[in-house]
Write a protein that binds this ligand. Sequence first.
Ligand code: ADP
Length: 400
Amino acid sequence: MTEACVLVCNCGSSSIKFALIVSGQETQPLSGIAERLESPEARMLWTLNGKAQQQAIPGADHAQALVALLTVLEAYPELQPMAVGHRIVHGGEHFTHSALLDDSVLAQVEACSHLAPLHNPANLLGIQAAQKAFPELPQVGVFDTAFHQSMPARAYRYPVPESWYRDHGVRRYGFHGTSHRFVGNLAQQRLGGGDLGIVTAHLGNGCSAAAIRNQCCVDTTMGLTPLEGLVMGTRSGNVDPSIFSYMAERLHCGVDEITRILNKESGLLGLSGGLASDMRELVNAAEGGHAGAQLAIDVFCYRLAKEIAALAVACGRFDGLVFTGGIGENSRGIRAQVLQHLSLLGLSVDEERNQSNGRDSAWLITTDASLPALVIPTNEELQIARETMSVINADAASQA
Ligand code: ADP
């Protein structure tokens, strides 16, 4: 058993993404996915010490996939996990921090399932499978929503009837908390510490931004669900709520169908006329003169810049901006366009630093005279592993 080796699991209804994190090591010795679970095509794909491998596991369920993973690891005594950290999407108002997964915590996670019906039941399935596959290992839940629980009521309440909040939990929760916390902490160190106001923009297929003041989240763009806020790959982000009834009437369908379209057929995909939800494809198409791709990029950047400015207000002071996620870490043109919109807040891109994604300038992509903008690669697995270890250490200390 290796003391500081944590298996990180992110379970969906038919897949488990996994990674092994060994403390003190920069790179993950193992990462992979078990997918198409409970089907004849079930398989596990993984990279172990740099070597890509795969194995068919026909018909395997979540627990059987984890046993297959354990079998792979048997040959590596240095890679025996001492704990399992699980990503859990929704912790409601109950979870402000990561928690050891005992029966009462699992019951609370289940009680949040109505808030994330596609995710929490799948997360629970994965936890039960891991408990079955690794009965001797402690398991910790790390919640996407927990980081945002420090938001004040003025940020998390919607202006709707109070009973909607009280009886039905209608409030803003926020998501991607693990990533915002990870890059926010690194930015705090990079910018010299103290009581700073930092805005973090996580831009992947899903996109959200957060306002962090003195290391606590004070506002974020996602809300009751991950549909609110920024333009995303296929999600609309903010729209007039009357669109629901208006389009349900026009399309002769129910609001469920409108919700589906706003989640799956909107955002970059919708704006580009169905061309692509993938930013890289859109950037290439726009360079080739595709007007829809250019419009999608323009709306994405404009709305993102407006939200960043709003989050700077939420912070009360503005000391730095962080880009992360696939788009934030790689798309120079998108970052440059967003910073151009934000010039009135004192942000000014440095072309050379931006071109190298901040790699040669300790993440900085703005000029020395500018308010700093940083490109910080996120690492949600590492953050989950760290939180897993700190929960286990705190539990051990409380029992000593
Ligand atoms: P997920 O949210 O699924 O984890 P990622 O964080 O991997 O997604 O981000 C995926 C997005 O990042 C896609 O829109 C992809 O096109 C974009 N992306 C990745 N590399 C680049 C690049 N070099 N230029 C522009 N966009 C990029």
